[in-house]
Write a protein that binds this ligand. Structure first.
Ligand SMILES: [Zn+2]
Length: 291
């Protein structure tokens, strides 16, 4: 199949979601010639950063923007679009209430912006978070909601008609996938963690991630993308996000244990076309018509 007409939109929330979450998949599709547009809805400016990483940067947003540009280069993605919302932090935190936070923005404003991107770039495949946002982060949930709605709005002539007056055309992508984890490896990790003196209910840089709760949210897995040839590239991209992997952070812990336990595949749920529990795909572009 000629890859050159393949277009994929990946819509995530923070600088680092692309590398920690699906860096291998992105590296693989980029190397096969797929045009990949990465949308990152926030600047990642909540949360804590060791001051040593702030050298030369005016703000956490500046630092994390530089980090995602580094990762986009390593992964060889075609385009990065930063929507520029403020990171909403975890549920109930001060950052949630900030007027510039993604969580505080009207959902329809975000839907409009993503719909416009879909109508402009006309991706056959769209990928975003699962309905639990991987681990319940408010920005992941909001990005999931907005992207899912935009996926269907882009082909609906009643939605955002101003785009059509500007000359954009209606467009419905062919497939929608959710990045999700196979929770089997996670259950194994949870079993091992207490033996290592770690509390599976309080991990991450901000101790706000509850692995038991995450393990309880299992979505069907319809596509397993083989990334064995790309895990090194994903690792290098992850290292661009140095401010997020220092200390007792989720990524290093999980990354190390995961690489011991997991096969070299990224897991996705196919949300559209509806797949029930039946299908097993190895490629997002299976059955896709290229223009
Ligand atoms: Zn994130």
């Amino acid at each position: 199949m000629n890859s050159s007409n393949r277009r994929m939109l990946v819509s995530l929330a923070h600088p680092d979601d692309e590398s920690f979450g699906m860096g291998g998949t992105l590296a693989r599709y980029a190397s096969e010639g797929t045009h990949i547009t990465l949308v990152c809805t926030t600047n990642g400016d909540a949360g804590t950063v060791d001051p040593k990483f702030m050298n030369g940067y005016k703000s956490i947003a500046d630092l994390r923007t530089a980090e995602i540009h580094c990762a986009v280069e390593v992964l060889n993605l075609s385009e990065l679009i930063l929507l520029g919302y403020r990171d909403s932090g975890m549920a109930g935190s001060y950052d949630n209430e900030h007027p510039d936070a993604l969580f505080a923005a009207p959902l329809q404003e975000v839907v409009e912006r993503i719909t416009r991107i879909i109508r402009e770039m006309r991706p056959q495949v769209v990928v975003t978070f699962d309905p639990y946002g991987g681990y319940g982060h408010p920005d992941h949930l909001r990005t999931h909601e907005a992207t899912r709605e935009a996926f269907f709005a882009a082909g609906d002539k009643t939605r955002f008609v101003e785009h059509l007056h500007e000359g954009l055309q209606l467009y419905t992508p062919q497939k929608l996938y959710y990045l999700t984890n196979d929770r089997r490896w996670l259950r194994q990790i949870i079993r091992v963690m207490p033996l290592l003196g770690a509390d599976p209910e309080r991990i991450g840089r901000n101790r706000d991630i509850n692995l038991r709760e995450i393990a309880a949210h299992q979505f069907p897995i319809h596509a397993r993308i083989n990334i064995s040839a790309y895990s090194k590239t994903a690792q290098i991209a992850s290292e661009c996000h140095a401010s997020q992997i220092s200390g007792f952070g989720m990524p290093r812990w999980i990354g190390a244990l995961r690489s011991l336990l997991e096969t070299k595949k990224d897991s996705y749920m196919r949300a559209y076309p509806d797949a029930g529990n039946q299908i097993r795909e190895q490629d997002f572009f299976e059955g896709v018509t290229l223009d």
